[in-house]
Design a protein around this ligand. Structure first.
Ligand code: SF4
Length: 487
């Protein structure tokens, strides 16, 4: 028997967030704070992590594949990262290129000094920009779209760093929340649509940037505010300087952050993620009620919506499925027979709760449907007399191109099957999804309204708010022409 390397988390049937960023300036333990912040943000990327610090004279860097605790848990590693300013990054690889050279932050020596940057998001014109930059003589070290930003800054003819950054970022199409470190300044930027999150925090005299507020909580920092879409914030020894150098765009925060990606204890755009998920569960119960004995979450991500569903419907909530949190990265290579047990590595049905009961399973989303099918089989095997599935998001019919790893459309169950067909494939007695209007009600918005908060909801609607420049003629070409037909 050999070893089989499994992706972390061991679940290829969920979309995966691509990255987390963290930055701090003005604290003597900058590297340790960055390590703690990245640990709190581990759910946003598990392939690799890195920290770059600046000690007033030079930059220091440590990057490695694997989890934050493994990479930065050793005090010797932190001791080699001196300075009162640091940025850090967790990466989720989507291209198969799980190699060290793609782990961020990226660093470059410019004529004005050192510069490090890390990125959460995805540039939809990075291939086009990269082709042009290579033609101009730029030599890329990685396959990451983020490196494009470094080269655009390098070739900019503007004088100051901020002007060069604005020049570079103005050429980007796509989504980006960035933390950057340049000698004595920490810089945080959000793309004009504000698709990916970025918050500002304070700890004594230190300023913090982080993808989510849970990273502020872990270090005892207070949440100051969200970095605004299109805002460029420079923090140096004179304080905080805010500017909005980009063309204003309609705000389009990623609605899937509320549904699945973000940690439930984070606050996003003024709303607590847990509370939003519970409200979605209530909406789901109002829209898709069914007679049953128990409401059971698919843990962990289905828990808050299941609680909301149970409260709204009055049907008792039980933990009928138990999750194993210790599924490691490497597992003994299974035989075919053991491979078929698959899902039980992570989930097991709690027979004494389920036996003889009509159950409602609540999950956050269905992507390929492979895990849902196995969980339903498992719950039936544990003696459930009826299994009804309720999903706390609308059907995922389109891929994400804005920084989240989703399969191509042909692999999305909802893109290719009606709800009745999906119910048959998954093996449930009934299947229902919350409506897009229900999700908007839960987050305090109204779909397609000019007067209420708007979100990116493209994976449910196909309405991509930012052009998909690199995908013309490819898989996305098909999706766009499909959308044109709809229009
Ligand atoms: Fe979020 Fe979906 Fe938009 Fe991607 S397509 S940014 S996952 S809402």
């Amino acid at each position: 028997m050999g070893n089989l390397t499994l992706p972390l988390p061991f679940d290829d049937d969920k979309p995966h967030e691509e990255c987390a960023v963290f930055g701090v300036i003005g604290h003597p333990d900058a590297a340790a704070l960055a390590a703690l912040g990245l640990h709190a943000l581990q759910h946003r990327g598990q392939e690799g992590s890195g920290i770059v610090t600046y000690d007033g004279k030079q930059f220091h860097s440590h990057k490695a594949l694997g989890l934050v605790g493994d990479n930065f848990g050793d005090s010797d590693v932190i001791a080699k990262l001196p300075g009162n300013a640091a940025i850090g990054h967790n990466r989720y690889s989507t291209t198969g290129e799980t190699v060290l050279r793609n782990v961020q932050p990226f660093f470059a020596d410019f004529d004005f000094g050192g510069f490090a940057v890390c990125h959460n998001g995805n540039l939809t014109n990075s291939r086009q920009l990269r082709r042009e930059l290579v033609r101009r003589g730029c030599i890329f070290q990685s396959t990451s779209d983020t490196e494009t930003i470094i080269h655009l800054i390098a070739v900019s003819e503007q004088k100051s760093l901020v002007d060069r950054m604005v020049d570079a970022l103005s050429q980007l199409v796509g989504t980006y929340s960035l933390a950057a470190l340049a000698n004595d300044s920490l810089i945080g930027i959000r793309d004009p649509f504000g698709v990916r999150p970025l918050v500002l925090g304070k700890l004594d005299d230190a300023w913090i940037f982080a993808s989510e507020t849970c990273a502020l909580d872990i270090i005892g920092a207070t949440y100051v505010r969200d970095v605004e879409p299109g805002e460029l914030l420079v923090i140096d020894r004179d304080g905080l300087h805010s500017s909005r150098p980009f063309e204003e765009k309609p705000k389009r925060f990623c609605i899937f952050e509320y549904i699945y990606f973000a940690r439930p204890d984070s606050e996003m755009e003024g709303s607590n993620v847990y509370a939003v998920r519970e409200r979605i569960g209530r909406e789901l119960a109002r829209e898709a009620g069914v007679a049953a004995d128990l409401v059971i979450p698919v843990p962990d991500s289905g828990v808050p919506a299941a609680l909301g569903y149970a409260k709204e419907s009055g049907i008792p909530y039980e933990l009928g499925i138990i999750r194993n949190h210790y599924v490691g990265r490497t597992f003994i290579e299974p035989t075919d027979q053991i491979r078929n047990l698959g899902v039980k590595l992570k989930h097991n049905a709690n027979r004494c709760t389920i036996q003889g009961k009509r159950v409602i399973l609540v999950d956050d989303s269905i992507v390929r449907g492979t895990t849902s099918k196995k969980i339903v089989e498992m719950v039936r095997g544990a003696g459930a007399t009826e299994v009804h599935m309720r999903i706390a998001s609308p059907p995922t019919t389109h891929s994400c191109f804005y920084g989240v790893d989703t399969p191509e459309r042909s692999k999305l169950l909802a893109a290719n099957n009606s709800i009745a067909e999906m119910a048959r494939i998954i093996g449930v007695d009934s299947l229902a999804f919350v409506s897009i209007a229900g999700v908007y009600r839960a987050v305090g918005g109204t779909p397609r309204s000019k007067d209420a908060p708007q979100f990116c909801d493209a994976c449910f609607t196909g309405d991509y708010p930012i052009p998909l420049v690199d995908h013309d003629g490819g898989e996305m070409g098909k999706q766009l022409s499909f959308l044109k037909q709809l229009a």
